[in-house]
Design a protein around this ligand. Structure first.
Ligand code: UGA
Ligand code: MN
Length: 246
């Protein structure tokens, strides 16, 4: 199966560094199609140029987050992930009964992904799950597994979530995406940290989840976050005389 990775991304000083790291990982994964969705009113020069040289099958989309949703405490990248979902559904619109084998995964641009993770998710039948490192105020969060079934969640944060899992902790088969055409990320009524649960509720149940990574005992992805860069010494007047691509 092809792995479709949907990555929301937005312009900031570290953007190209993040995308470089991600591309260096994805380039080593067979049959991966990268759906990069810019949070912007148009596709940027920087990202277009970057993708042209990335050496990866990719689709470059864009949709701006409405200004009113750009506030701390509100979920990020809702519109961008939905744009990725819409593109996938459109591309496979004639295959509702029997889709080409495919697996969808939401790959934020700042996380760290091991290559093993892709081997694990590729065998997803409906919805698969695994641990995520460095998240929820702990070294890791993970689904608790008994007799091959998810029976609960090891988490330090909002344990009441129906699916106490980060965006990086699950994959969905293309077939499930196509047979649930209305499943999307929602702004309305979505509380912080509930995006994953709100989405997964629309397409699966906890009982149905397929545990990966040795019954969820291995951390293969980390919710790393990049420190905000210090640009205190950027010149205000004496600019570099050469135009530099950063
Ligand atoms: C956590 C989760 O891991 C994310 O999946 C979730 O979207 C996010 O919380 C949330 O609050 O909604 P966190 O590390 O806090 O992640 O979020 P970021 O990594 O800053 O953003 C998630 C993704 O959205 C990234 O790929 C980022 O590039 C993108 N993003 C962020 C935008 O497209 N626009 C923005 O304004 C901010
Ligand atoms: Mn992040």
């Amino acid at each position: 199966p092809t792995i479709y990775a949907i990555t929301p991304t937005y312009s900031r000083p570290v953007q190209k560094a993040e995308l470089t790291r991600l591309a260096n990982t994805f380039r080593q994964v067979a049959q991966l199609h990268w759906i990069l969705v810019e949070d912007a009113a148009a596709r940027s020069e920087l990202v277009s140029r970057f993708l042209a040289r990335a050496g990866l099958p990719c689709t470059h989309l864009h949709v701006p987050t409405p200004r009113r949703y750009k506030r701390p405490g509100l979920p990020r990248a809702t519109e961008q992930r939905n744009a990725g979902l819409a593109w996938l559904r459109q591309r496979h619109r004639h295959q509702h009964q029997r889709a080409q084998p495919g697996v969808l995964f939401f790959a934020d641009d700042d996380n760290t992904y091991s290559l093993e993770l892709f081997q694990e998710m590729r065998t997803t039948r409906k919805v698969s799950v695994w641990p995520v490192g460095l998240v929820g105020g702990r070294r890791y969060e993970r689904p608790l597994v008994e007799n091959g079934k998810v029976v609960g969640w090891y988490t330090g944060w909002r344990a009441d979530r129906p699916f106490a899992i980060d965006m990086a902790g699950f994959a969905v088969s293309l077939q499930v995406i196509l047979s649930n055409p209305k499943a999307v990320f929602k702004r309305r009524g979505s509380q912080p940290g509930m995006q994953e649960s709100d989405f997964l509720k629309q397409i699966t149940t906890v009982e149905e989840l397929e545990p990966k990574a040795s019954n969820c005992t291995k951390v293969l992805v980390w919710h790393t976050r990049t420190e905000k860069v210090n640009l205190a010494n950027e010149p205000k007047y004496h600019l570099d005389t050469v135009k530099i691509e950063v």
